[in-house]
Design a protein around this ligand. Structure first.
Ligand SMILES: [Zn+2]
Length: 298
């Protein structure tokens, strides 16, 4: 018994880093190490509050993106989704870039005992300790994955990563490609093959051109743009233009309506949700959703 307890104690020590700190901004909690290899690379603290500015700025960017998507455009709210029951916060863990490999990683699972309160359930994602929100919209990108997860179980990369890259336009300034050839891309077999193999690159190839072609250009409310600033006073929103929010929201809704068809083809909803979220057979349903929205069916 004693041996068992020792093992458990050891595991707990490994799971929680000794100097992990928690910074809260609204429903966002950033969990970060103050020193060591997981601590943020840029330790500037211009407001001298003991929290690295990068940590505060990551939370600020996510709250800003959240207000754009939920407050202005009515995208599904991850904290209110049928899929995630009784979650009340979002936890962001800062991880060493070397260990994480990516700039960020978003989970579609609920953290049943959140890091800031074991009695609370939280959604969560990771952001690399090298990220600087002034120049990177990774925090908004990872947040948008939570929006996607709460909208639909579809998870094929050309949709999941391509549209999440599109969502970075919420805070970033994007040089929009020409949308003139989208009609051809949605019909052509060779374009279809390229789309199905795509990932982040589908933002430029498909999602931005689609938004531009459909003339879904929106100017963010001036009060919102003025509201969000990083610790050093720099604006969070790099410009006040976003292309495509209405189109993308429609596509998410149509995707939801196609889930049963995809699941049926895979062998049932339970099986599909478990193993079929990235199945190749999903591709036709996702692209069909895009085509239907493009042709104004919704
Ligand atoms: Zn992503």
């Amino acid at each position: 018994m004693k041996k068992f307890l020792t093992a458990v104690a050891l595991l707990l020590m490994m799971a929680t880093s000794a100097d992990a700190a928690i910074y809260r901004q609204g429903i966002i909690y950033v969990i970060y190490d103050e020193t060591g290899e997981r601590s943020v690379t840029n330790k500037a603290d211009v407001n001298s509050n003991g929290v690295p500015d990068v940590v505060e700025d990551i939370a600020t960017q996510v709250n800003a993106a959240r207000e754009v998507f939920q407050g202005v455009f009515n995208f599904p709210d991850p904290l209110n989704a049928a899929r995630f029951k009784n979650v009340s916060s979002i936890e962001i863990n800062i991880e060493a870039k070397d260990a994480l490999k990516f700039n960020g990683l978003a989970y579609s699972t609920v953290r049943k005992k959140s890091a800031h309160d074991p009695n609370e359930r939280a959604l969560h994602f990771k952001v690399a300790n090298t990220i600087n929100p002034h120049t990177s919209s990774t925090p908004a990108h990872e947040y948008f994955h939570l929006v996607q997860y709460s909208a639909t179980y579809f998870r094929n990369a050309w949709y999941l990563e391509g549209m999440a890259r599109w969502s970075q336009d919420s805070v970033a300034k994007i040089n929009y490609p020409d949308g003139a050839d989208i009609h051809f891309k949605l019909k052509s077999k060779s374009a279809e093959e390229k789309i199905f193999k795509g990932k982040y690159d589908m933002a430029d190839f498909l999602w931005y051109p689609l938004a531009v072609n459909m003339r879904d250009k929106v100017t963010l409310p001036a009060e919102l743009v003025a509201k969000y600033r990083y610790v050093d006073g720099a604006p969070v929103f790099q410009d006040d233009i976003i292309f495509g929010p209405n189109v993308m929201l429609k596509i998410l809704r149509v995707l939801k309506s196609k889930e049963n068809l995809a699941a049926e083809k895979f062998g049932g909803v339970k099986e599909w949700r478990k193993k079929g979220q990235r199945a190749e057979l999903n591709n036709e349903f996702i692209l069909e959703s895009v085509r239907e929205v493009y042709h104004g069916k919704f």
